[in-house]
Design a protein around this ligand. Structure first.
Ligand code: NAD
Length: 357
């Protein structure tokens, strides 16, 4: 079954057979050239199906990145721009981002600024990208070790969520992506939260769950596309997780966005408990559920001092305050909440004590 949703003028096609719609769209767009941006895994596992189904993609050009967060860089944008110019890309060219959140963020940003904008289509191939990164128009790259510092808002021409593609993602990546699913439940939808159970990690068909998450994201983004207000609820867990990711980038270590977010969710739930005084049973319930999805022992190191430094530099923070999104209760988020340095340090210690034993 094909589901079609819309974010303003940008359609989102979801289903095992959604690529047949892409075929029609490419025919209609009639691009001068098609460039496919991908990484080695999306190339290995998804490219064949894409070009077999979409015969309208004639003699595409490929730009391949290695895998991982380090690839989301301005240096790689420059390499891509050189390649596009060499291959005579013009404003009627079409860029297709085939990959996870890294490819969608990177390719979306490059498409936004190249020749002041060429059309791009997202074909997300990880759970994280299908439920979140490919949708909503936030595109960008990292600057040195600072996450998503260079970016813009620009919607893809369209998005194609093929559930088949996530069947090959590793258990680690699937598991990390669940942090965003858990986040949706915590900030927006108590019912979704109740449905979440770690048995989903072995479920062979996540289509219903993906659709629920996409609908939540659309609902939020439609109300506040430019992230001045309610969209900030989507940042729950991210103030701490982005700081953790930066410390890892700085120390040349690896941590996935999803794993860092799981730590951020626990720390920021603890902060919510401290600030809003919900019961310790509720705190334990949230922490237990998140912990049932993750193996926190694999988190190598948390450098509290460095994390604090990066929180200060977070793009959400302003004039010396630490800007957090917290939850008053499961399903109810509060934005623009200032939390003291001492409480943040407590939250990190709480995580260590509770989850890393
Ligand atoms: N723009 C947004 O709104 C938004 C939202 C959430 C996350 N993000 C960004 O998304 C990124 C994280 O996304 P991610 O978890 O998809 O990371 P990712 O793109 O690095 O993909 C994770 C891993 O899965 C591999 N992979 C991709 N498709 C595969 C497939 N079909 N089969 C097997 N392996 C496959 C990749 O090669 C990579 O090794 C972060 O940079 C984060 O900042 C952006």
């Amino acid at each position: 079954m094909l589901t079609k949703l819309k974010l303003f003028d940008s359609p989102i096609y979801m289903g095992y057979d959604c690529l047949s719609q892409l075929q029609k769209i490419i025919k209609k767009l009639n691009p001068s050239r098609v460039f496919i941006i991908l990484d080695r895994n999306s190339k290995r596992f998804c490219l064949n199906q894409l070009i077999t189904v979409c015969t309208q993609i004639k003699q595409p050009y490929y730009f391949e990145l290695k895998e991982g967060e380090n690839e989301k860089s301005l240096e790689n944008c420059q390499k891509l721009f050189n390649y596009l110019i060499k291959k005579n890309a013009d404003r009627k060219s079409l860029i297709i981002n085939l990959g996870g959140g890294v490819i969608c963020d990177f390719g979306g940003f490059a498409s936004t600024v190249f020749k002041r904008g060429v059309k791009f289509i997202n074909i997300p191939t990880t759970l994280m990208a299908q439920i979140d990164a490919s949708i909503g128009g936030k595109v960008g790259v990292n600057h040195n070790v600072y996450k998503n510092q260079i970016g813009s808002f620009n919607l893809p021409h369209s998005v194609f969520i093929n559930y088949e593609f996530i069947k090959t993602i590793s258990f680690n990546n699937l598991n990390a992506s669940f942090s965003e699913v858990l986040k949706y439940g915590l900030i927006y939808n108590q019912k979704l939260w109740q449905e979440l159970d770690s048995s989903l990690l072995t479920c062979s068909d996540l289509s219903h769950l993906i659709e629920k998450c996409v609908r939540i994201k659309l609902d939020v983004v439609k109300k506040d596309y430019y992230d001045n207000d309610i969209r900030r609820i989507l940042n729950f867990g991210h103030t701490i997780s982005h700081a953790i990711e930066s410390t890892y980038l700085q120390n040349n270590l690896k941590i996935s966005h999803g794993d860092a977010l799981a730590v951020g969710l626990i720390c920021e739930t603890y902060l919510s408990y401290v600030e809003f005084g919900f019961s310790s049973q509720k705190l334990n319930h949230v922490v237990d559920k998140i912990s049932s999805f993750f193996n926190f022992k694999k988190i190598e190191t948390l450098d509290h001092k460095l994390i604090m430094k990066f929180i200060k530099n977070d793009k959400k923070s302003s004039s010396g305050s630490n800007n957090f999104t917290l939850i008053k209760d499961i399903g109810t988020a509060v934005i623009n909440y200032n939390v003291s340095n001492a409480k943040i340090a407590d939250a990190l210690s709480y995580f260590k004590k509770t989850c890393q034993v």
